[in-house]
Design a protein around this ligand. Structure first.
Ligand code: SF4
Length: 387
């Protein structure tokens, strides 16, 4: 199979083995096939032939953001066409529809630190009677719970105090690491004008979330200029944080898609081979209690290819709202995704945005959220299934 000398594919991969595989010239050929096969064996042993997704409503509280990531079509500044901040009425209306359509998760996803950059947004918050974005998110999370949905928030970099506050109404929080290499913040690179994408800051928040016992979602971006070795280093950094705190419940491998009107609109997108190599390496690097996810809407023809690379979760899929981050790539209809899984020998099942083990683990879920979480888990369980 062309393994580098002395390298073993047994999971979880030793750091030196993972880096040797990333550096190996054969990684696009025989070795990639062996990596995918090994990742599938690991996935089958850990999760069986069940692949999950989270039925969600996507609530982009605001698309104002102080960063300028070169690949992002979501962000706006005040006054830009398409700028928005959701009103409380809009949030409630979406929550009602989401509950009617059987969603389990209210995903709050927004730009980073808008009130630090924009006085117009500070004025908007004041008009809404909110002292900060975090307080607005706290209100919105309470409303989601009242409507029978479980909040998960990704609001960019947060302080410890922010996370403690949001833990009161969120079953989990998230922050994509994206890439652990500071090279991507250099001039000419995609994060040069994105101060909140400095990897040291993001790793510090992931670490803090662990200390605060917050079930956490993070992940990497594939195809924004990073090398294979940098991808592996990012996954190893996530594994390290998880080994200290046991809080990373899932890792997302998300691929870059070129979008018109952004600085990287003509940048080459990563090939399916490159994406599935990253998925397989993630499965082999991450510990067995970490779920591995990739979004099916960014890989429209390759749900099967993702499954054949060790994936066990498709992440949040919305029957209610478009993918505001990647609006040109709608989520697949859940039935069609279920059929694709069936053809590949898998059963597609819904799940909650917090994994079962964190409901019981002391300190990870606010006691006030245990009953609502159990209600949602019961609702998602196939009738007659084990409790
Ligand atoms: S990717 Fe996130 S942080 Fe970067 S510009 Fe877009 S919204 Fe802001």
């Amino acid at each position: 199979m062309g393994l580098p000398p002395g390298v073993s594919l047994s999971a979880p991969l030793a750091e030196a083995d993972a880096l040797a595989i990333a550096d190996d010239d054969l990684a696009g050929g025989d070795l990639a096939g062996a990596v995918r096969a090994a990742a599938c064996s690991v996935r089958d042993a850990l999760f069986g032939r069940v692949v999950t997704y989270s039925p969600k409503v996507f609530l982009p509280l605001t698309n104002l953001c102080r960063n300028h990531c070169e690949y992002c079509s979501f962000r706006r500044s005040p006054g830009d066409a398409g700028e928005w901040t959701m009103t409380p009425a809009e949030i409630e209306a979406q929550l009602v529809v989401a509950r009617e359509l059987g969603c389990a998760e209210a995903l709050f996803c927004l730009g980073d630190k808008p009130e630090k950059a924009f006085s117009a947004y500070r004025h908007t918050l004041a008009t809404l009677g909110q002292a900060s974005t975090v307080e607005y998110l706290h209100w919105a999370g309470s409303k989601a719970l009242a409507h029978g949905l479980l909040p998960h928030t990704n609001a960019g970099l947060l302080s410890d105090a922010d996370m403690i506050r949001l833990k009161e109404v969120n079953v989990s929080l998230g922050l994509m690491l994206e890439c652990a290499s500071p090279r991507l913040c250099e001039p000419g690179m995609p994060h040069h004008r994105a101060p909140d994408k400095r990897p040291d800051k993001r790793l510090a928040m992931i670490e803090a979330a662990g200390r605060l016992r917050i079930p956490f979602t993070t992940g990497i971006l594939v195809g924004i200029g990073e090398t294979r070795r940098e991808r592996v280093e990012s996954l190893l950094a996530i594994r390290s944080a998880h080994r200290r705190h046991a809080h990373v419940q899932e890792v997302i491998v998300q691929n870059f898609r070129a979008v018109p009107g952004v600085p990287m609109s003509h940048a080459p997108e990563p090939t399916d081979d490159e994406v599935t190599w990253a998925v397989a390496m993630a499965r082999l690097i991450l510990d067995g209690d970490v779920s591995l996810q990739a979004p099916p809407n960014l890989n429209p023809s390759s749900a099967e290819a993702l499954l054949a690379s060790g994936l066990n979760d498709f992440g949040g899929i919305s029957p209610v709202t478009p993918d505001y981050i990647n609006p040109r790539h709608p989520w697949p209809h859940i039935d069609a995704l279920g059929d694709a899984c069936s053809r590949a020998g898998f059963e597609l099942r819904p799940r909650a945005p917090i994994y079962d083990r964190y409901v019981e683990r002391p300190g990870f879920l606010d006691p006030r959220l245990v009953a609502p979480t159990r209600d949602v888990m019961d609702r998602l369980r196939p009738s007659g299934g084990p409790s």
